[in-house]
Design a protein around this ligand. Structure first.
Ligand code: EPZ
Length: 429
């Protein structure tokens, strides 16, 4: 299994190209199930999760074509993939596939909307918490689906098609909002989604669905209105930049010091995180090309953070920010309100010399002068990358094990960091 070896202490200077967003790519690929015409997605990142979803969609009959590269093409440009769901050959998503990637549960809505039936395995728990799907099921029922749960599978039926309805989410859910949208676009009549997730990835999916002929208004606000249409067409859509990748590298620069241009990304996608970074002493400058992040000389100030749905501070940057706070001057508190168990990085950061106390949903981090490299591993994607950030500033060698978590969500991580001067390499075995 691959490992990543880091020797800490180098500042980061240069340019890091930001890839297309994983968490938009996955639902966009799933949206291809809604039409018998080709959906062309540009700026698709090369990630293990994308390959896994190709397999899952292939099982339903989706033909996936990946465009090649010609000599002279920008090696960092994302891929273009074409997904054609001309015929759905199977409306079942089996446990073996869904258990490998939770987001694949989201196929339930487009399969049900287009075929009138779907049988999808419940995804089960995962490293960051129990992560139920009750609200996704509630949304489908509001649109007229009959749902049965049998032997670990959700069996959804809508023999006469789905019909518009009113969905009020008691808590903000990204997956619930994707599910409601993908079901409502082909339902008869009007659907209103209240307390909808406002995450940029939801807006990106809604934009793509509108290009496919859907009638969605209000995406990006907490009230989305969908007028159902009889069928959707193919379309061409470019995936928006990955705000979590952007924030991760911004925090890496904050940690090591230096000056890096994060290219092909936008500050409005992560304003709350950039505001927090500025409070820690980092200079953030929006440019025509992206976002410049610099920290020269000054130390890191301690700042308290509470994770919130968008536009608040994202849970997917919580672990990375905690890594940064381990070297801050003073004590900070990080409160996690989205997932109940997303603190697995605490133990591993402590192995590098961090001083962190956990109490319920809050971590108290007492900044230390020095971290010291050690072998570490993590159980999810964002926790793993927080260890990379800590390793970049730790004395000596940090070996990050279980690199497959990083490969799920960060394209060319070690290449991008090494190009800015980090001493980081992948060790393949
Ligand atoms: C998405 O997960 C992201 N995944 C997550 O990113 C992200 O952390 C999360 O949104 C929050 O921003 C993808 O986009 C593929 P939720 P999702 O439904 O949709 C509870 C990463 O590292 N809930 O918004 O599954 C749930 O338990 C990943 O890239 C219910 O109670 O998250 C959680 O506490 C990890 N019932 C809260 O809502 C439900 O039916 C928000 O979850 C659904 C969710």
């Amino acid at each position: 299994m691959d490992r990543i070896r880091i020797v800490g202490g180098q500042r980061l200077n240069g340019t890091i190209p930001i890839s297309g967003a994983k968490n938009a790519t996955l639902p966009l690929m799933i949206a291809s199930l809604l039409t018998d015409q080709p959906l062309v997605l540009e700026n698709v990142p090369r990630l293990a999760d994308v390959i896994q979803l190709q397999r899952i969609l292939g099982n339903h009959g989706v033909d996936v074509m990946i465009n090649g590269k010609r000599p002279g093409d920008d090696p960092n440009a994302g891929r273009t993939i074409t997904l054609s769901a001309r015929t759905i050959v199977d409306t079942t998503a089996p446990y073996e596939l869904v258990s490998k990637m939770r987001a694949s549960f989201w196929v339930v809505a487009p399969l049900l909307a287009r075929m009138g039936e779907a049988k999808v395995s419940l995804p089960g728990g995962c490293a960051i918490g129990t992560r139920p799907v009750d609200l996704l099921i509630m949304a489908l029922e509001k649109l007229g689906a009959e749902i049965e749960i049998d032997a670990g599978y959700v069996i959804a039926r809508a023999r006469n098609g789905l019909r518009g309805g009113e969905i009020v989410f008691p808590k903000v859910t990204v997956g619930g909002t994707h599910t409601a949208l993908m079901a409502a676009v082909l339902a008869k009549g009007t659907t209103v989604i209240d307390n909808a997730a406002r995450e940029p990835e939801v807006t990106d999916v809604a934009d793509c669905l509108n290009k496919m002929g859907a009638k969605i208004a209000g995406a990006g606000t907490s009230r989305i209105v969908v007028e159902g249409v009889a069928r959707l067409n193919g379309a061409r859509h470019s995936v928006l930049p990955d705000r979590i990748e952007t924030g991760t590298y911004a925090m890496a620069v904050a940690m090591t010091g230096g000056d890096v241009l994060l290219q092909n990304t936008r500050p409005d996608l992560l304003q709350s995180a950039l505001d927090v970074l500025e409070q820690t002493g980092v200079t953030v400058t929006p440019t025509n090309e992206g976002i410049r992040v610099a920290r020269n000389g000054a130390g890191i100030s301690a700042v308290d953070v509470t994770t919130q749905p968008f536009p608040g501070f994202p849970t997917d940057l919580q672990a990375q920010f905690m890594a940064l706070m381990t070297k801050a001057k003073g004590t900070s508190r990080i409160t996690e309100t989205i997932f109940e168990n997303r603190f697995m990085h605490v133990q591993e950061l402590s192995r590098l010399g961090a001083r962190i106390k956990l109490s319920g949903d809050t971590a108290t981090i007492e900044g230390v002068e020095r971290l010291k490299g050690a072998p570490v591993m993590a159980t999810d994607l964002r926790a793993s990358v927080s260890l990379v950030i800590a390793g970049l500033a730790a004395e000596g060698e940090t070996m990050v094990n279980r690199v497959y978590h990083l490969d799920r969500g960060f394209e060319k991580l070690e290449e991008k960091l090494a190009a800015c001067g980090a001493a980081i390499e992948r060790i393949s075995e």
